[in-house]
Structures are given as structure tokens and as C-alpha cells.
Design a binder for this molecule. Structure first.
Ligand code: SF4
Length: 493
């Protein structure tokens, strides 16, 4: 092996706990896990390609190295023994290993470092992921001292320098273990120049198992909602590929891998309107027959742009609405509340046959029971095809997380006493997260989200749906009862 051609292993490690689906790519790559229905535990889990693995591999290859991606999602290993054999078969030897971690998998990724040391003795082990935009997560991993390097920078920006042995002190955002302590010459995170990224190395994964390819045409969001992991992990500087470069990537996925569906995984896809108009025109002209979905901000959309996007292949449009409660929006630094503009966009999209998906968060700081019901009423008024009511899931590093810790909405005592137990409890989404506001108890928050989600399902169902109706009625009574008890000073729920 020459110095210019090293074999580098890029890993997403297995998770044997089949009760959960691990969404490493979601939440700006910080990730979360969600419970699976028991009847699905024996079935393979859905695969979401992790964009950075393909991009980092492409960067290495462009520099003359030989990357191997082993993302266990494609194998879905059921035991440590099977994984061990399969991994060694896939990569008998390598010069460096990079493990892509996430909030819900961090502890598994720390524990499994030992297995990697056994399989690849003497090979340097690095851990990376958007999670490390939060300094406290870097500090926590450093305290465990199981990886030779913790990479806080976006991986594509620094991986070649690390592999080629540049002085670690000169590599931005690299914490390097030396003589029992981590050094970092420059903690400022390096961010990827999106336009310079080579085409993603999807040839290194089993694309036959993917129902949708994930691409990123931009990173960064200048809006800065205080609960948002994108803003923390990708920064506030919008960095985008040109329309021409984005088309080249989409064409590559279609023509090389037969991609029929894409998720464009940008925080705010239509921020630069001219870029999107040009990309849509190019896609229409190229007539690739590919359908795609994206997430964007309703302030950066209008019916004309939506129509152009539809002609270019847009079929699912997702957007955060978050709350109808003005106090919540103010506290979250979420300034957009032009509901009529939003409704106009939703109607335009639905008329064309684009599926519209709205996301709401109940029990954010400043929310009240009345505010939560007003948010549900807003969802009905907007009339999206799909409305989901989540509870707050404060990501480390965000303003919402700091506030929740300061106000004791997250367990401050546990945070101080046992950081491992505290972090282990984070990252589970859609399952009884605590309220972030004094006016709504934890139990009320859970019932309110159920009321919202059941009510939305009810609107889509035909027939009487008596069970669902009685559940909604029971939850409403419970919310009201808890409010009454709290008013007389009883600490309920
Ligand atoms: S607009 Fe969207 S991507 Fe940007 S900070 Fe707010 S929630 Fe995050």
C-alpha cells in the first residue's frame, strides 16, 4: 500500500436492540431513536442512507485512497459474532477507521470500540458526527478515552488530512489522544465546502436495498430557531452547490444507480430561490423521471415556485409550523407566522398532488394547554395531508437544551451527578418526552400530543372510529382534570 493509497474504513456500527429504529441521518445527523411496534421486531429495519458516509468516501477516493463503507443498516446484524465475521470479511485490514456516531447510538459506539481494537489492532480509531457540534458531547467522549481522535469538524472537510497524517495540531476540530490526554490545536470546526464535494460514493453501499437516495445540496441555516439541531451542527452560513452541480449529482444517481426517489436533505432547500428555480428548470429539461421530497420553510415558498418544483419532480413537501402560540414562537426565535401564506402554499401544493407534511411541537417553553389546543386548531385550518404533533426533544448545544437544563425541565441533578445516565436518556423521540414549560405538566404534554395525533388521524379516516374518538375524549378529560388539580396546588403529573 502506498502512502497515497490507504484503505480507510468508514463505519456505522450495528445496534442489536431491535425494539428501536435508529435514525442517524435525521435531526441534522444528530439523530434519534424511535420505538418499533413489537410485531416488527423480527423484520429488517428501514434504511436511511447516511449522507456523510458517501460524501466522505468520495472525498477520500478523489485524494487517491481506497475507502470502504460498512454501514450495518444494510446488513442489520443480529449478533456481535455475525457482525464480527462479516466486517472482517468485508475489510480484512485498513489504515484508519472512522465511526459515524449519533445521539441515540453514542454509548453503543463507545462500547464497540473494543471490538474494533480486537479486529484491527494498532489501527487508529476516530469517531465523528454532527453530535460533536456540541462541545459538551466532545468533552464527554474525551472523558472515556476509547477513541484515538474525536472529530468535531464536518468530516469531509478534514478526513483527508487525518488519513494522510498531517500534524493533528493543525487540523481544525480534531481532538487527538496523546499520552493519555486529548490535544486540539484549533477547536474551531471546519465546515465542508459543498460545491467542492465529489459525487457521493453510493457504489460502496448496497443501493438495491434503498427505496430512496439521500442527497444534500446545501447545508447551514441563517434563521436560527433555538431548538434546531441544523443551526448548531451546520452553522448559520448557508453553503450550497450550484444548480448545475446539484443536477449533475441527481443525474449521476439516476443514471448510475437507477434512483427513482430522492430525499433532498437540506435544512432549508429553497432559501436561495434563484438556485432552486434554475435547478428545477434543469431537471425539467433533463427529464430524468426522478421524484423527490424536500423540507423547506414556508416563507421561502410560494405557489409559482411550488408549481415549478412539482414539474421538476417534487412529490412530498415537509415543513415545520411548530406552534400557534406567539409566546412560544418568540421564545424559540421563530419569527414566521403568516398562516395565510402558509395555507395558500399548502393548498397550491395539494392541488398539484404534492403530499404536504406539517410538523408541530407542543409544550415548548412558553406554551400552555390553551396554546396547545390553538396549535391543533391551526393544523386543522392549514389542512395539510399529514400533521404530526411532537414533544420537545432538546438537542445538546441548542438554546432550548440550555434553557431546559437551567430551568430544571431536563434532570439537572442527574446531569451533574451521572452524565452517562443523563445522556443515555436522551435521543428517544416520540415517546413521552418531558414538557418544557411550567404551564403544561409532563403527563399533560403526553396526552396533548396524543390528542393532536389521534385527531389528525381521525380526519383522514372514514367511518365512526369510535375507539379513537373515545381515546381523544378520555385524554381531554385527563388534561382538564390535571389542570384543575394543579390549580389547587396538587403536584399531579
Ligand atoms: S428554519 Fe428550519 S432549519 Fe432553520 S433553524 Fe429554523 S427549524 Fe432549523
Amino acid at each position: 500500500m502506498t502512502e497515497a493509497g490507504k484503505t480507510v474504513l468508514l463505519l456505522s456500527l450495528p445496534n442489536y436492540d431491535r425494539r428501536y429504529m435508529f435514525h442517524k441521518e435525521m435531526g441534522s445527523g444528530v439523530g434519534f431513536k424511535s420505538l418499533r411496534a413489537p410485531k416488527n421486531h423480527g423484520r429488517p429495519r428501514q434504511i436511511y442512507a447516511i449522507a456523510e458516509l458517501q460524501y466522505a468516501a468520495a472525498v477520500l477516493r478523489a485524494a487517491g485512497h481506497r475507502p470502504i463503507i460498512d454501514d450495518d443498516q444494510y446488513r442489520d446484524s443480529t449478533s456481535r459474532g455475525l457482525y464480527r465475521t462479516a466486517l472482517k470479511e468485508r475489510c480484512p485490514d485498513c489504515a484508519a477507521i472512522f465511526v459515524r456516531t449519533s445521539l441515540p447510538t453514542l454509548f453503543l459506539d463507545l462500547e464497540q470500540a473494543e471490538l474494533l481494537r480486537e479486529l484491527y489492532p494498532g489501527v487508529p480509531l476516530y469517531i465523528f458526527g454532527p453530535l460533536f457540534a456540541a462541545a459538551e458531547m466532545v468533552d464527554f467522549v474525551k472523558s472515556r478515552k476509547v477513541y484515538d481522535g474525536v472529530v468535531a469538524s464536518e468530516i469531509e472537510a478534514v478526513i483527508t488530512d487525518i488519513v494522510e497524517g498531517r500534524d493533528p495540531a493543525e487540523i481544525q476540530g480534531l481532538y487527538h489522544l496523546r499520552e493519555g490526554a486529548y490535544d486540539c490545536g484549533n477547536p474551531a470546526r471546519a465546515l465542508t465546502n459543498m460545491q467542492d464535494l465529489p459525487l457521493p460514493a453510493y457504489d460502496l453501499v448496497d443501493t438495491g436495498k434503498l427505496d430512496r437516495f439521500i442527497v444534500q445540496t446545501s447545508r447551514g441555516c441563517p434563521i436560527g430557531c433555538n431548538y434546531c439541531p441544523y443551526f448548531i451542527s451546520q452553522g448559520n452560513k448557508f453553503r450550497a452547490k450550484t444548480a448545475e452541480r446539484s443536477l449533475e449529482e441527481i443525474r449521476h444517481l439516476v443514471e448510475t444507480f437507477g434512483a427513482k426517489r430522492l430525499i433532498i436533505h437540506d435544512p432549508i432547500f429553497t432559501l436561495d430561490r434563484k438556485r432552486i428555480e434554475r435547478l428545477c428548470e434543469l431537471l425539467i429539461e433533463a427529464d430524468l423521471g426522478v421524484e423527490w421530497e424536500c423540507e423547506s420553510h414556508m416563507n421561502h415558498l410560494d405557489p409559482a415556485l411550488i408549481e415549478l418544483m412539482y414539474r421538476a419532480g417534487l412529490r412530498i413537501l415537509a415543513y415545520g409550523v411548530e406552534s400557534a402560540n406567539e409566546e412560544v414562537l418568540k421564545k424559540a426565535n421563530r419569527r414566521f407566522k403568516n398562516w395565510e401564506k402558509m395555507k395558500e402554499n399548502i393548498e397550491a401544493a395539494k392541488k398539484l398532488g404534492i403530499e404536504t407534511r406539517a410538523y408541530f411541537i407542543l409544550a415548548l417553553p412558553g406554551d400552555t394547554v390553551e396554546g396547545a389546543y390553538a396549535t391543533m386548531a391551526l393544523a386543522r385550518h392549514l389542512g395539510s395531508d399529514y400533521s404530526k404533533f411532537n414533544l420537545p426533544n432538546p438537542y445538546p448545544g441548542t438554546g432550548a437544551y440550555d434553557l431546559a437544563l437551567a430551568e430544571g425541565r431536563l434532570d439537572r441533578a442527574l446531569f451533574e451527578r451521572d452524565r452517562e445516565a443523563f445522556y443515555r436518556a436522551r435521543g428517544l423521540h416520540g415517546h413521552n418526552e418531558p414538557s418544557m414549560t411550567e404551564d403544561i405538566s409532563d403527563l399533560q404534554a403526553q396526552y396533548l400530543s396524543r390528542i393532536g395525533n389521534h385527531s389528525m388521524l381521525l380526519e383522514r379516516e372514514t367511518g365512526l372510529s369510535l375507539t379513537r374518538r373515545s381515546k381523544i375524549a378520555a385524554y381531554k378529560v385527563a388534561v382538564q382534570g390535571i389542570s384543575a388539580l394543579r390549580q389547587v396546588g396538587l403536584p399531579v403529573g
